[in-house]
Write a protein that binds this ligand. Structure first.
Ligand code: ATP
Length: 736
């Protein structure tokens, strides 16, 4: 027969202070030996290596108790290890090795290590691997000493677990538990994700609002850009046109002014200075001539008088000095002499008197001389005098008339010159007003130019501002042509555009979001995060749903297999029971489902129950009913010790029938049996041995006889358990 259990090796485990190996060569191996030699330690070594976590079930309090404690002969160890070797050529274990060695080590500090084919693994891995081969779990396949009726003593719930374990449902239950754990995790993650989304929601809403505003601002900016382009191209065209036109006007006005200036100079020259000086010259000449004329007139009057006197003298022909010397002349002379004499009379200085007298003498002689010159001496002389005077008079009179003519001419000339001056002045006035007019025009054109310059400055400012607001795009007008009607429309239309643009700018400014890149990015990221979370939530919900499906499916499978398996167990139980008791009946029945807390199994306080209401689930345990042949009383409580042992053996054995475990370890399960029952027990062992490998610890000869090989355990004076292969004859001796 194929043996799945090849060997077990104990090193430092409990009483096995020295490394001891048990190699199995028969489907039924029996371990015999005296009390306290260490047989049960072997069964516990199996528990230990298969992952047992209950120290109690290994008769220990802590990990350290499992380690060889030392004896006077052999000092204590620091670690206990048990190694079990499986033949995996038939892939009993779901791992791709022909042989699998599972090892567990415990150290003094209580730390455990698990190894699989020498590689450190987790306990979980060991349990899962073994569960796949229907080994482990509730430990129904290792029946410890005195525990044969454990299944009878167990609660309905524990009993059900043992049955489920025997039916190989552990694997499904592990899967179910795993799925439930995952479902729970998924639930937690769903809640977490939902709460993350909930937390994100207001921020996302806020950002969405902001982004909408930004979008609106962007639209306004686009509109602004469009309007600015139109406006600026019109403005540029208008400014250029106005500039050129006004410049030409300026030039025209300037050249007009230049011409007018020349004419003004000309007119000033004509009317002003030169005319005046000509006039002054003429007037000077005029007064000079007038002087000369009056002189000539005086001369002619004198000559007329002298001629009159000379003609008179000539007519009288006896001309005397008295006649020709004018009386005033003599009177003046006499007054002069009289004055000089009066001075002399007042003068006491003789020399001065003499000098004055001399002076008087001089005066007298010059008076006499004067008289003698003036008075013609003869008539001839008088005639000559008249003649010469007449001639002189004629000459003077001619001169006089020439001067009078001159004067007449001069006066005419002065009048005409004056007239000329007046007309030049009139022209100048006219010209000056023309200059003023031209200057007025020029300055108004220049004012217009200044306003164009101001418009250009404003335009440039608008361009700068536009670039700052909507970017270089506003310069689009530089390439584009002049918009239609830009040069012919009313300025007011353009002004209206400008106002519209200003309004738009204010609106954009009021939106106060700038270009909002950061907010848009944040919104995008937040949205992506939210979408990611939504997707994750969806995935989680899907996986929760599929986990629920899996769980439901597993529950269905477990339920089906359980009921089916239970039926088979009951059939087998009936047969074993009849065999052992020669009649009667034992039966496992599913109890009415009871409420129980889903999470906390046994430690639920009465008070807490309400809190767990939601998490409660229905659980139906397994009860056992026994009716013995020829006995009226039913129920477990009334069975004798031996009857209990028989019932539990029947139950354990029937449980192994449906899904036989690879091996079964029975530690003195037959201890309470009488001889007849021991024989029946041995028969059953042999029957079981056909399906499962058996390791039976016993003191019973019948059981020993059923085994294919026997091991004797002894303990020497050093307290170390020793193992040796024995023959049946020796075995009985060894066992005692
Ligand atoms: P019985 O036939 O009476 O059931 P047994 O052969 O099953 O006896 P065990 O119970 O397996 O005997 O062995 C118990 C022995 O193992 C005791 O002598 C005990 O002192 C010894 N032992 C248990 N733990 C340790 C340990 N950590 N170090 C040394 N010896 C230990």
């Amino acid at each position: 027969m194929f043996l799945s259990l090849k060997s077990i090796e104990l090193a430092g485990f409990k009483s096995f202070g020295k490394k001891t190996e048990l190699v199995f060569g028969s489907p039924i191996a029996s371990i015999v030996g005296p009390n306290g030699s260490g047989k049960s330690n072997v069964a516990e070594a199996f528990r230990f290596v298969l992952g047992e976590q209950s120290m109690k079930s290994m008769r220990s309090k802590k990990g350290e108790d499992l380690i060889w404690g030392g004896s006077p002969g052999l000092s204590r160890m620091n670690r206990a290890s048990v190694k079990v070797t499986f033949d995996n050529s038939k892939r009993l274990l779901d791992i791709d090795f022909p042989e699998v060695v599972v090892e567990r080590v415990v150290h003094r500090d209580g730390v455990n290590e698990y190894l699989m084919n020498g590689t450190v693994v987790r306990l979980k891995d060991v349990i899962r691997l073994l569960a796949g081969a229907n080994i482990g779990g509730s430990g129904y396949q290792i029946i410890s000493q005195g525990e044969a009726d454990r299944i009878l003593n167990a609660s309905p719930r524990e009993r059900r677990e043992m049955v489920e374990d025997a039916l190989g449902l552990k694997l499904y239950q592990h899967k179910k538990a795993e799925s439930e754990r995952k479902l729970e995790e998924t639930g937690v993650n769903i809640d977490k994700t939902k709460s993350l989304r909930r937390e994100l929601a207001p921020h996302l809403t806020f950002l969405r609002g902001q982004v909408e505003k930004i979008e609106k601002a962007r639209e306004m900016k686009d509109e602004l850009s469009h309007k600015l382009n139109d406006y600026l191209s019109r403005e540029s065209a208008w400014i250029t046109q106005e500039d050129t036109r006004l410049l030409e006007e300026v030039k025209a006005h300037e050249s007009e002014l230049k011409q007018l200036g020349a004419r003004v100079t000309d007119a000033r020259h004509k009317g002003g200075g030169s005319a005046e000086s000509a006039l002054r010259g003429l007037q000077q000449k005029l007064s000079e001539r007038e002087g000369k004329l009056s002189e000539a007139r005086r001369e002619s009057e004198k000559l007329v008088r002298e001629l009159g006197r000379a003609e008179g003298a000539l007519e009288a022909n006896n001309v005397t000095v008295e006649a020709i010397v004018p009386v005033p002349h003599v009177r003046a002379f006499a007054r002069e002499v009289d004055a000089s004499v009066a001075e002399i009379e007042r003068d006491d200085d003789l020399s001065s008197v003499r000098r004055r007298l001399q002076g008087i003498r001089g005066k007298i002689s010059s008076f006499i001389e004067g008289l003698s010159g003036a008075a013609p001496v003869t008539n001839e002389e008088a005639r000559q005098q008249v003649q010469s005077l007449s001639q002189s008079l004629e000459r003077v009179q001619q001169e006089e008339s020439a001067l009078a003519d001159d004067l007449e001419n001069l006066r005419k000339k002065i009048a005409s010159t004056r007239e000329e001056g007046f007309s030049a002045e009139r022209e100048l006035v006219e010209l000056e007003s023309a200059v003023r007019e031209a200057q007025g025009k020029l300055s108004s054109v220049q004012a217009a130019r200044a306003s164009v310059t101001a418009a250009r400055q404003r335009f440039e400012e608008e361009v700068r501002e536009g670039v700052a607001l909507v970017g270089g795009g506003v310069r689009g007008w530089e390439q584009a042509g002049i918009p239609e009607g830009a040069l012919s429309e009313e300025r007011a239309v353009q002004e209206k555009r400008r106002r519209e643009i200003e309004r738009l700018k204010i609106k954009i400014e009021e939106s106060g979001l700038g270009n909002g890149e950061q907010i848009v990015t944040e919104f995008r990221q937040t949205k992506e995060r939210d979408e990611f979370l939504a997707k994750e939530l969806d995935d989680l919900e899907k996986s929760a749903a599929s986990l629920k499906d899996i769980i439901a499916e597993l529950e269905k499978t477990i339920d089906a297999r359980f009921h089916d398996g239970l039926k088979h167990i009951n059939d087998a139980l009936k047969s074993f029971f009849t065999k052992l008791f020669g009649g009667g009946e034992a039966k496992l029945t599913v109890e009415q489902p009871k409420r129980r807390a889903a999470k906390t199994d046994f430690d639920t306080d009465e008070d807490d129950e309400e809190d767990f209401e939601d998490e409660e689930e229905l659980y139906a345990g397994l009860s056992i009913s026994v009716s013995l042949p020829r006995k009226k009383i039913r129920g477990l409580e009334v069975l004798s010790g031996g009857e209990r042992a028989l019932t539990s053996i029947a139950l354990i054995f029937s449980m192994t029938q449906v899904n036989p475990p690879p091996f079964l370890i029975l530690d003195e399960t037959d201890a309470a049996l009488d001889e007849a029952n021991s024989k029946r027990y041995a028969d059953m062992i042999q029957e079981l041995g056909q399906k499962s490998q058996l390791i039976v610890i016993t003191h019973n000869r019948a059981t020993m006889a059923a085994a294919g090989e026997l091991y004797g355990v002894t303990m020497g004076g050093d307290g170390v358990s020793k193992l040796l292969s024995v023959k049946l004859e020796e075995a009985e001796r060894v066992a005692k």
